[in-house]
Design a protein around this ligand. Sequence first.
Ligand code: TPP
Ligand code: SF4
Ligand code: MG
Length: 306
Amino acid sequence: MTTNILNLPENEYLLPGNRACAGCSVGIAFRHVTKALEGKAVLVVPASCFTVLCGMYPTSSVTLPVMNCAFPSTAASASGIAAALKKQGRTDITVVAVAGDGGTADIGIQALSGAAERNADILFICYDNEAYMNTGTQRSGLTPMGAYTTTTPSVGKLQFPKDIPAIMEAHGVSYIATASPGYPGDLYDKVYKARFMKGTRYIQINAPCPAGWGYPASDTVKMARKAVETGAFILFEIEGGHYRLTGHSLRLAGGKDRRPIAEYLSEQARYSRTDDDTIAMVQRRVDERWHAALKRHYSEKVEEDV
Ligand SMILES: Cc1ncc(C[n+]2csc(CCOP(=O)(O)OP(=O)(O)O)c2C)c(N)n1
Ligand code: SF4
Ligand SMILES: [Mg+2]
C-alpha cells in the first residue's frame, strides 16, 4: 500500500525547533526519512546544512545516533560502521550516510564510488539543495544551468548538472531512487524499501532552499512540487536494473499536463538574471530527459508484462 498523510506513522524522530532556516525543505524531508527508519539507524554526516539542523553537542534535534565525519569521507566512514555492526551481529541497524550535493557529487564522490564498487552495505542519501548552502551558496556539480550562486557569473551557471543517479547505476548498485519533500508518501516508501535491502543503495532528494534559491519560506512545498510538475525533477526508482516512474511523475506519464519550466524558474531570485536563450536551453534539456524517462519506463514495463 502506498503511504499517504492518513497512514503515515505518528512517531517523530526529528524534533521541531531545530537550527535550520525557516521553511527549509531538509527538515521536511528528513522528518519522513527518519519515520521510515523507525529509530533503527545510525546517521553518518559530513559538514553541511544537515549538521546545522542536527544541532551542537550536547543537544540534538535527531533522536538517532549521528556521527559527523570529514567532508570527503562520508561513504568510507559509513562503510566502516556497517562492517563493525556486521561483526557485532547487529543486522537490524541501517547505516545511513546523509550528505548534501557538494558532499556527494563533488567532494564525496571518490569515497562514494569506492563504497559502491565494494557494494558496501549502506544507504547513501544525497539531499540536493543545488549548491554549497551552508557556506553561503557556492556552485556545486549539481547546481542547475542558469542558476546564480556566489561563484557563478552573474547570468548564472554555464553548465548542466552531473547525473549522479546515472553514475550510481553504472556502479550496478542494488537500489537507486529519487524523492521529493513535496511528495512525502513516495519519499517514505522509498526509504522504507531501501532500508531492508542489502548492499549499496542510493536515494537523491530534491531539496528546495528558500535562503539560497530566493523564494518565500512559505513556498517550499509548492517549489518542491513545481520541480516535479515541470519535469525538472523526475520521481523514479531503479530496482534490480528495472526502471519505473513513481508518484506524480507516473501521473504525468499517464497524460497529466507538464508545466513549462519558466513557471518554476521565474519564482526563484537565483534565475532573475538568466537570459531567455538559457531558459529555452534548460526547457529543451528537461524535455529530452523527460522523453528518455518515459521511453525507459514504458519499454521496461512492456518487457515485464511479456
Ligand atoms: C574538506 C572541507 N572543505 C570545505 C569545508 C567547508 N564546508 C563546510 S559545509 C560546506 C558546504 C556543503 O555543501 P553541501 O554538501 O552541498 O551541503 P549543504 O551545505 O548545501 O547542505 C563547505 C564547503 C569543509 N568543512 N571541509
Ligand atoms: S541554507 Fe537552505 S538548505 Fe540550508 S538550512 Fe537554510 S534553507 Fe535549509
Ligand atoms: Mg548543497
